[in-house]
Design a protein. Structure first.
Ligand code: BJW
Length: 258
């Protein structure tokens, strides 16, 4: 029933917006940051069979502790260790049916604007074009001196100097707490939010801003909010469609009905 309603809303929407979070990649085997399933902590037990190891230490790290400019300033080697570990993990996995379904939905709804908080690049890998990566991409580096940004899929030694200026060290090209999101991306999203009549929010706990405010803004304008999450995240609103299911199960069903 809610799957059908979601498909109907999306088909009728003039200015739809799609927002994904870590939960959409959970079925690919990438642990989420928060939520009842797939915590880094749970991944730790799986990865190590209970034995303590470097992987265990990495898996128990929290975004709130490491995804900050202060953490990087304090201990760049530790932060790079965490990112190198995650880059390896993501490289071994691939997009899942949820990523392919949203690519197909975007083909059917050419006016769908797609944004993600994820840094894994899986939407693009699944063939979704023009996706706005709000929090950057884990497979890019940025020079701390000249700001040169480039793709780098390998492990980064914290001592490595930028190849462009050969003077400064590198950081992951992602957005940490307290940092501004890319201006052009935010601008495009807010332009859409001003007219958005339906937002579909998939696999995010809604605890990190500004993304957490998008559904609030659409509700304020009396647009529809469709949420796909295995967990309860908000209190019910009249215009909302809640789909308590795995993204990889719900999105292909919605796609088939559009
Ligand atoms: C499934 C599933 C399945 C599982 N199917 N579902 C207003 C109020 C209060 C605070 C703030 C505010 N505005 C800004 C702030 C501060 C801060 C913030 O939000 N703090 C909060 C903790 C309150 N925000 C910022 O600092 C942001 N910057 C900013 O606003 O700048 C302003 C500024 C302007 C001008 C100058 C300077 C500054 C930046 C936020 C950056 C967040 N970065 C991270 C790390 C990125 C790099 C990396 O990956 O390492 O982004 S933190 C981390 O959280 C990551 C994620 O993108 C983000 C959100 O997590 P997400 O995607 O929601 O994942 P989870 O794990 O939380 O949820 C997964 C969900 O999936 C769960 O609900 C599961 O149930 C579900 N699920 N399996 C469907 N199969």
């Amino acid at each position: 029933m809610s799957i059908e309603k979601a498909a109907q809303i999306l088909k009728r929407a003039r200015y739809p917006l799609f927002l994904s979070g870590a939960g959409i990649s959970a079925e690919s085997g990438i642990p989420t940051f928060r939520g009842k399933e797939g915590l880094w902590r749970e991944h730790r037990a799986e990865a190590t069979g209970g034995r303590e190891s470097r992987a265990a230490t990495m898996a128990s790290m929290r975004a709130e502790d490491l995804a900050t400019p202060e953490a990087f300033q304090r201990d760049p080697a530790l932060v790079w260790q965490w990112y190198n570990w995650r880059k390896r993990l993501i490289s071994e996995k691939k997009p899942n049916p949820a990523h392919f379904a949203i690519r197909d939905i975007a083909h059917k709804l050419p006016n769908l604007l797609c944004a993600t908080q994820n840094v894994d690049g899986f939407h693009a890998l699944a063939g979704l074009e023009g996706v706005l990566e709000m929090h950057g991409n884990i497979f890019r580096t940025r020079c701390l001196g000249c700001s040169d940004v480039r793709e780098n899929r390998g492990e980064i030694d914290p001592e490595t100097l930028c190849v462009a200026c050969n003077q400064a060290a590198l950081r992951p090209d992602v957005v940490w707490f307290g940092e501004a999101l890319p201006q052009n991306i935010l601008h495009t999203i807010y332009e859409r939010l001003h007219v958005c009549d339906a937002i579909i929010v998939v696999g995010t706990s809604g605890s990190v801003y500004p993304a957490a405010g998008f559904a609030v803004e659409v509700r304020r304008r009396e647009g529809y909010v469709i949420e796909i999450n295995i967990d309860e995240t908000h209190r019910p609103y009249a215009n909302d469609v809640y789909i308590r299911a795995k993204a990889g199960e719900a999105l292909p069903q919605i796609c088939a009905l559009i």
